[in-house]
Design a protein around this ligand. Structure first.
Ligand code: AMP
Ligand code: GLY
Length: 423
């Protein structure tokens, strides 16, 4: 098979790496890819948000399967476009991708199908939203309804902050059109976990539970980012808890989407808070997580491509894969200044190792200039290590990270520490 992966981050590098292991696959393409991916796949400079151009390319190359990394093309309807043109593509349709594309839609779905989540209200009117805030006690979370590149969620411990967040989103348009409508919800507390599952619209096949580290600074301080590191599996997610999450969250979501006439095929990613009242959904994503993918894919003992084809064909229940009994940790190396302004074009040294066995450097924002690998984004590399136990995996990842340098390189020093606390 010829497989096309759409996107160019660490997640897509991990996808390309895993897809290439499938005996079904002869050749992998990636649009647009990055410096690291270009060593493992043929990279073609078409941006992920150009569905028509991607379609033309896939038709010309006779691509047998397309796998979509980011949410933007999914919400734009790339799956509908490819399917209408007779091409196989793994991911939800435009109407199904609303689960991520509209937080209001996701909340209504959860309310309707009794899927545990934070109490909420949706507002289109700034004044009414502020009045609602004035009537609430305790911290609130203000969320832009639409896509906001991971920045549309503001946790507000104080009423004044909630007012400011609403002003920014609804009046000043700081989050684009997606912020004209907002969801205001109860602030939950507990341990966060990312649960990813493949679905064929009826059944789900779960991956190991992973924990992301969204804030820029150690100890979960500072600004939100796309994710600064992750590890899997999470010691605080028992098999019993996974069963409960499947029964109370994933399966009802898939059933609900089918009943709404929006059958959901692809990866369903549930961001979950493990509260004192049990697991509750913080958000859905309609795609693989980044950097979670860099830790969950290396742990799968099975053929990802076969599972994706089964999801497309409605037979995911036939796939039974095993997981390696190891732990995986990924540490993101970011450009200094990220998630605010940062420089690009810094020469990266040491990213080819030598490293210990079972260390893999996934590239994110990198590109080749005159044969040299330079930084080209906020998140630059995602250094993944596998080991039998979490402490060793953490050590191994950081040993590798310390061998890599570029001007302004920044990384968190405490990836996985929350997991250690439960051992
Ligand atoms: P994002 O992935 O950009 O949607 O970020 C959402 C993040 O905001 C989550 O990972 C949580 O840390 C936080 N968050 C979202 N909703 C809530 C909530 N209801 N209570 C507390 N924290 C929340
Ligand atoms: N790691 C968070 C996300 O992919 O949205």
């Amino acid at each position: 098979m010829k497989v096309l992966v759409i996107g160019g981050g660490g997640r897509e590098h991990a996808l390309v790496w895993k897809i290439k292991k499938s005996p079904l696959v002869k050749k992998v393409f990636c649009c647009p890819g990055n410096a690291g991916i270009s060593r493992e796949a043929r990279c073609v400079p078409i941006a992920a948000d150009r569905p028509q151009e991607l379609l033309q390319f896939a038709v010309k190359e006779k691509i047998d399967l397309t796998v979509v990394g980011p949410e933007v093309p999914l919400v734009m309807g790339i799956v509908d476009l490819f399917t209408d043109n007779g091409l196989k593509i793994f991911g939800p349709t435009r109407r199904a991708a609303e689960l991520e594309g509209s937080k209001a839609f996701a909340k209504h779905l959860m309310a309707h199908y009794h899927i545990p989540t934070a109490a909420y209200q949706v507002f289109d009117d700034l004044q009414k939203a502020k009045e609602f805030v004035n009537r609430q006690q305790g911290p609130l979370v203000v969320k832009a309804d639409g896509l906001a590149a991971g920045k549309g969620v503001i946790v507000c411990p104080e009423r004044l902050m909630a007012h400011e967040a609403l002003e920014q989103m609804m009046a000043q348009n700081a989050f684009g059109e997606g912020g004209r409508r907002v969801v205001i919800e109860e602030c939950l507390s507990g341990e966060e976990v990312s649960i990813l599952a493949l679905s064929d619209g009826e059944d789900v096949l779960t991956l190991l539970p992973a924990q992301d580290h969204k804030r820029i600074l150690d100890g979960d301080q500072g600004l939100n980012t796309g994710g600064m590191g992750a590890y899997a599996p999470c010691p605080f997610v028992s098999e019993t808890l996974m069963t409960r999450i499947k029964r109370d969250i994933l399966e009802p979501t898939i059933r609900g989407m089918a009943l709404e006439g929006r059958p959901y095929k692809g990866v369903l990613y549930a961001g979950i808070m493990l509260t004192a009242d049990g697991p509750k959904v913080l958000e859905y994503n309609c795609r693989f997580g980044d950097p979670e993918t860099q830790v969950v894919l290396p742990l799968i003992k099975g053929d990802l491509v076969e599972a994706m084809l089964a999801a497309i064909d409605g037979r995911i229940a036939t796939i039974k894969w095993k997981q390696y009994a190891s732990c995986a940790v990924t540490v993101v190396l970011a450009s200094g200044g990220y998630p605010d302004k940062y420089q690009t074009g810094q020469v990266i040294l040491g990213s080819d190792g030598p490293f210990a066995r079972e260390v893999k450097v996934f590239h994110a924002g990198t590109r080749l200039v005159d044969g040299r690998c330079v930084t080209a984004g906020g998140r630059v590399l995602s250094v993944t290590a596998l080991a039998p136990k979490l402490p060793q995996a953490i050590d191994k990842a950081y040993t590798a990270v310390r061998k890599i340098t570029f001007d302004g390189a920044y990384y968190r020093k405490d990836i996985g520490a929350k997991g250690l606390a439960y051992l």
